[in-house]
Design a protein around this ligand. Structure first.
Ligand code: ATP
Ligand code: ATP
Ligand code: MG
Ligand code: MG
Ligand code: MG
Ligand code: MG
Length: 253
């Protein structure tokens, strides 16, 4: 080990170790994806290949970081939930955030061509990251519910907005005016009466976002015993109600 007279500067590094025994959530979000989606001509309101690419990147993260047990994504964001008792990088917030976000960002570039074979990436995308601690299962579930409700509210708004613009012939501003102060029921009604769209029949991927988790699967072996394996699985189901959590109690145990 080398010890130079400069070593002391290490003491200027701040300790950002996250509290023990809490759920760690790292959320990443695309920087200025409003513009990014414009420049890359994403289909509005939902470009499916773009969402599939986000999911591919998240799967890569789960594949590389064994302590991430679940991830939830919608639009240009993804939340990664670490096991409560993870000791990865000694729970240092900056290490966890930067490793996750750079794995995600480089994957986005790396896998781009698989999802957009005909489209050139015009500039390198940027993602930010933050770390948040949740002390209980309830607060963690409320966090995930908050993100899924956000997905629902935005998607209903965006679906109505873009139908008014693309099929209804309104300008962006007119569509915005028309939707001001409307409730969910009003938007459902506009979609149905003006465009014959039953919002319930829209893709679950768009309405509910994507949850990726380590599913516990039982693999029967030749000697009759059963081996427990974990498998990275994606679903677009509701994670607000109890159903998903009752079916996968081991995730929060
Ligand atoms: P910020 O840097 O503050 O995050 P932003 O422009 O990324 O700014 P967000 O609130 O994160 O703003 O919203 C992301 C935007 O990216 C959405 O509003 C939408 O316009 C666009 N977007 C993201 N994913 C898709 C997609 N799959 N299809 C179409 N548009 C998308
Ligand atoms: P960690 O994830 O802890 O950073 P690491 O393997 O990246 O692990 P570092 O201490 O950061 O370890 O050292 C980087 C290593 O990468 C160097 O020891 C060297 O082996 C290799 N390396 C980096 N840049 C070059 C380069 N330009 N040419 C040859 N080897 C390089
Ligand atoms: Mg934002
Ligand atoms: Mg963004
Ligand atoms: Mg966003
Ligand atoms: Mg290194």
């Amino acid at each position: 080990m080398s010890h130079s007279k400069y070593e002391y500067v290490r003491q200027y590094e701040s300790d950002d170790k996250l509290l023990p025994n809490c759920w760690i959530v790292i959320r990443i979000d695309g920087k200025a994806f409003h513009k990014f989606s414009d420049v890359h001509q994403f289909q509005k309101p939902n470009d499916k290949p773009a969402l599939d690419l986000m999911n591919r990147c998240a799967e890569r993260v789960l594949d590389q970081f064994r302590d991430v047990l679940l991830a939830y994504g919608q639009s240009d964001e993804y939340s990664f939930v670490f096991r409560k008792d993870t000791v990865l990088y000694n729970r240092r917030a900056s290490k966890l955030m930067t490793n996750i976000v750079s794995q995600f960002g480089s994957s986005y570039v790396f896998y781009w061509k698989d999802f957009f074979p005909e489209k050139q990436l015009k500039f390198p995308p940027v993602f930010d990251a933050r770390a948040v601690l949740y002390p209980t299962n309830l607060t963690l579930r409320d966090y995930l519910s908050w993100r899924q409700v956000d997905c629902h509210i935005n998607n209903l708004y965006n679906t109505t907005f873009w139908n008014l613009v693309l099929k209804g012939g309104l300008t962006n501003q007119q569509a915005q005016e028309k939707l001001k102060g409307t409730f969910a029921a009003d938007k459902n009604e506009i979609l149905f009466s003006q465009f014959g769209i039953n919002y319930n029949n829209e893709r679950d991927q768009f309405k509910k976002g994507t949850t990726i988790y380590r599913e516990r699967v039982e693999v029967p072996m030749e000697n009759g015993q059963i081996k427990i394996r974990s498998k990275i699985t994606a679903t677009h189901c509701d994670i607000i109600g109890d159903g998903f959590w009752e079916d996968h109690t081991y995730l929060l145990d």
